[in-house]
Design a protein around this ligand. Sequence first.
Ligand code: E4P
Length: 219
Amino acid sequence: MRLFLDTADYDEIETAVGWGVLSGVTTNPTLIARAGQDHETQVKRICELVGDVSAETVTERKDELVVEGRRLASWHKNVIVKVASTPDGLAAGKVLAGEGIRINVTLCFTVNQALLAAEIGAYIISPFVGRLDDIGEDGIAVVRGIVDAYRQQSIRTKVLAASLRHPMHVTQSALAGADIATMPFKVLEQIYKHPLTDIGIERFMADYRKTQEPQPARR
Ligand code: E4P
């Protein structure tokens, strides 16, 4: 499973790239607004840092979405165009996919929506795990269901587990067979952490320092 950051914050992305674990980034209008930068400028900067970068469309009608999707894709070869899982979003996605533009179908909450996305030739489907959990449903079960259905139908659309809120979501996404997990920077930091790792380092360092102290002369 490849790890993506769900952010438009340049410093966070640069840090994770430095850690050597980052394969891509997902953005959305909320994250772009939070980064306080113009959409095009920020997406282009991020594309220079990391492979796949999902950039979201903000129009609603098919024709507008097609024009907007082409414009987003023209920004950089790393851009993957996000369209929402609506009739217009999928119809526009089909036109764009037909032109060779990679499509990420976002705001997916059911296996059936994932089947529709596959039908239009989407490159990525993004089930939103945390938002399903928020309303008392089982987000990871939907990821697992999509992975199973895609496997049975020999569908090659990649399953990207999105809206992940904590480290268990990352583990569960991997166990469910997701191809990609996208997470906030805070969650990426958390998955490095274990108290026994910290205690182990402290002990090893303390023992190493002992070996650096002058030893009593032997007779
Ligand atoms: C994914 O592409 C979305 O940007 C994201 O994961 C949404 O997460 P949220 O539900 O925490 O806003």
